[in-house]
Write a protein that binds this ligand. Structure first.
Ligand SMILES: Nc1ncnc2c1ncn2[C@@H]1O[C@H](COP(=O)(O)OP(=O)(O)OP(=O)(O)O)[C@@H](O)[C@H]1O
Length: 233
């Protein structure tokens, strides 16, 4: 059994008389410790996929399994625990609490977890050891995204889910964040799922899931992923 399994997963939204199939029979596996890039055009179903994997949305049919547990059969209470204990989220816009320091932002997340990592240690790991006491407004965009990544990692999650994490960053800063996410998988051994519309990111992934019209149109295992520093777009 794979670490993550999606089996014929569907998500339909009803808008008046019309039903929209945001995800329309999606099947793929993810192995533990992989960096996975989910790529596809706007409207393909990437965010819907991520929301279901992260327990923020439930599927209409199909099966979703993480680490041997059937997430797709969880009730609302189980989903709350799942989001809290098992999943770390990183979004395009960092969503930090503005009146808390970098350290306090990370500690806030650790406080709701069972087995959190030390907040200062994780901030040092993401290269922010010298910024612990700064407020978000005193940090650059890239530094704020590092805090957001530290906040997600401090929960010691089974899965780190990232939705367009470089979308608001300039080219060089975006590359540095990609490198950090790649190291999060390679060095720290975390399973990282990154969604993007940028095809260039596929070169750094262990596994690439191409999403088109609500389906996994192709899944590639990349035998030789390149370092995030070397890609260009
Ligand atoms: N809550 C909703 N209600 C109705 N339709 C929705 C809802 N969420 C998503 N959709 C539709 O489902 C489809 C897939 O949307 P989704 O946001 O998953 O795509 P995406 O690949 O993440 O796109 P983008 O790259 O633009 O964020 C789109 O046609 C979208 O309009």
């Amino acid at each position: 059994m794979a670490f993550v399994e999606f089996r014929d997963v569907r998500k339909t939204y009803r808008m008046g008389e019309v039903e929209v199939a945001a995800v329309d029979g999606m099947t793929f596996d993810i192995e533990e410790g992989e960096l996975v890039v989910v790529v596809g055009p706007s409207g393909a179903g990437k965010t819907t996929l991520l929301n279901m994997l992260g327990g923020m949305d439930s599927c209409t049919s199909g099966t979703i399994v993480l680490d041997g547990r059937e997430v797709s059969s969880f009730d609302a209470r189980e989903l709350t625990y799942y989001r809290r204990y098992d999943i770390g989220f990183v979004f395009q816009f960092y969503n930090l609490v503005q009146n808390l320091t970098a350290l306090e932002n990370v500690e806030l997340a650790s406080q709701i977890c069972k087995d959190p990592l030390d907040a200062a240690d994780v901030l040092r790991q993401v290269g922010l050891g010298h910024r612990l006491d700064n407020f978000p407004a005193q940090l650059s965009g890239g530094e704020q995204q590092r805090v957001a990544i530290a906040r997600a990692l401090a929960k010691n999650p089974k899965l780190l889910l990232c939705d367009e994490p470089t979308g608001a960053l300039d080219y060089q800063t975006g590359k540095a964040i990609l490198k950090l996410l790649q190291d999060t998988s390679r060095v720290m051994g975390r399973t990282v799922v990154l969604i993007t519309h940028n095809q260039a990111f596929t070169a750094i992934a262990d596994r690439v899931i191409h999403v088109r019209e609500g389906r996994a149109a192709g899944v590639e295992v990349n035998e030789r992923p390149v370092s995030a520093e070397t890609i260009e777009w």
